[in-house]
Design a protein around this ligand. Structure first.
Ligand code: NZQ
Ligand code: ZN
Length: 388
């Protein structure tokens, strides 16, 4: 087992009705609040009205940065930072999914930055000065409520970069706020959670029992609860388990004690979304089984990891070997094929014209060439072609 450091300073308040304490928590930081939200879902489901009246009744002054895009753009970060600088904002309140929270983290750091905002995103480092970020999570997916990452896109350069900002100081996770997430987004978010668990699980270290067990539990929780949440959107326990899984899966905890495996599907997926502005979880759902088939064929020494996956995640039995290993991947394909999202790039109307460029950019920081099974640029192109 490898050495690791555990550091997650976020106060996570989980459960029904937890946002009732929002005014009390926000008053720790001051009265001038920048509310960051997306394209309007919080207006349709009533969360916006509830929070804004709760805060104005308690003497807060609210400024707004609305319209954060899925795959948030650096121009929105600049817009939010300008509001912070011009209005002596005390804290940034993100109400939404990963895009809104990522954007809020970047805004909170950009509030102290006078250089170009995209340079700030690219100069990723922990400990940068930031306004406090408080989040109200409305969608289970990225784990942004419990980590220090913020993924920001630059449509001009067609880049999407995962930068390190500050951790949210407090995150409110009320599963009932996710009842209104439509089936497509529920499925994409769950595919993302599954991918975070799998990207930690498929590593060369097989002595980190606790982390592997956590990843297996996360995968099983998604496989069990997603179909329930799709059928019964207001099933509290299904939504609650997906929400808690969201926070843990991307927290780093499933990676503890393991050699960093590269997170290859995320590396490729981010570059893919930078070009096509596509939905993060859906792209991962298309890529992951193809990546699995490719690496298992290329390097049979990883077979035992896949047979463990087959046994412990899919309850398969049988002799160890490639048959069982591939059967586990088939189960994953079957599951992802039944949750109402695309299973190929052609279904998204995408052809291979940008694959070379995506493959070239994906290897940033060796995330493909120095991964669980090292991949060349041509390997990545082949995996992408297999997704068509
Ligand atoms: O725009 P709004 O109104 O917020 O609507 C959103 C959006 O249309 C909607 N939605 C969210 N909560 C809802 C709801 N609709 C109805 N009811 C609700 N309660 O769902 C749509 C998708 O939202 P978005 O925030 O884009 O989804 P997600 O949470 O999947 O975030 C995706 C972004 O996070 C990044 C991705 O790359 C992508 O840019 N990631 C961030 C990570 C991190 N910070 O650690 C790690 C991840 O791997 C990922 O890369
Ligand atoms: Zn992800």
């Amino acid at each position: 087992m490898e050495n690791f450091t555990h550091y997650i300073p976020t106060e996570l308040r989980f459960g029904k009705g937890v946002t009732e304490r929002l005014p009390e928590v926000l008053s720790r930081f001051g009265k001038n609040i920048l509310l960051v939200y997306g394209g309007g879902s919080i207006k349709h489901n009533g969360i916006y009205d509830r929070i804004t009246s709760q805060l104005s009744d308690n003497g807060f002054t609210l400024f707004e940065c609305a319209g954060v895009e899925p795959n948030p753009r650096v121009s929105t970060v600049e817009r939010g930072a300008a509001i912070c600088k011009n209005n002596l904002i005390d804290a940034v309140l993100a109400v939404g999914g990963g895009s809104v929270i990522d954007c809020a983290k970047a805004i909170a750091t950009a509030a102290f930055n006078d250089d170009d905002a995209w340079d700030m995103v690219l100069h990723s480092k922990p400990g940068r000065k930031s306004l406090p970020v408080i989040t109200v999570l409305t969608m289970s997916a990225t784990g942004s409520e419990f980590d220090n990452k913020g993924v920001i896109s630059n449509p001009e350069t067609k880049e999407k970069y995962s930068s390190v900002f500050s951790y949210p100081v407090v995150s409110f996770c009320d599963p009932t706020l996710t009842y209104s997430v439509p089936p497509y987004q529920t499925a994409c978010g769950s595919a993302d959670i599954l991918s975070h668990a799998m990207e930690a699980y498929f590593s060369r270290t097989d002595t980190s029992e606790i982390s592997d067990g956590i990843a297996e539990t996360l995968m099983r929780a998604v496989i069990h609860n997603l179909p329930i949440a799709l059928k019964e959107p207001d099933n509290y326990d299904a939504r609650a388990n997906l929400m808690w899984a969201s926070s843990i899966a991307c927290s780093g905890i499933p990676d503890y004690g393991k050699i960093y495996p590269g997170k290859t599907c995320h590396a490729i997926g981010h570059e893919f979304s930078a070009v096509y502005d596509s939905t993060h979880g859906e792209v991962l759902a298309i890529l992951t089984p193809r990546w699995m088939r490719f690496i298992l064929t290329k390097d049979p020494s990883v077979t035992s990891r896949f047979t463990r996956f087959a046994r412990r995640v899919w309850d398969l039995t049988g002799e160890d070997g490639s048959g069982l290993a591939f059967h586990g991947i088939e189960c994953l394909e079957q599951f992802l094929g039944g949750i109402g999202i695309a299973t190929s790039f052609s279904q998204l109307g995408i052809d291979d014209r940008h694959f070379t460029e995506i493959a070239r950019h994906a290897d940033l920081r060796g995330r493909c060439s120095n991964s669980f099974v090292p991949l060349s640029e041509n390997d990545v192109i082949e995996i992408l072609r297999n997704c068509l």
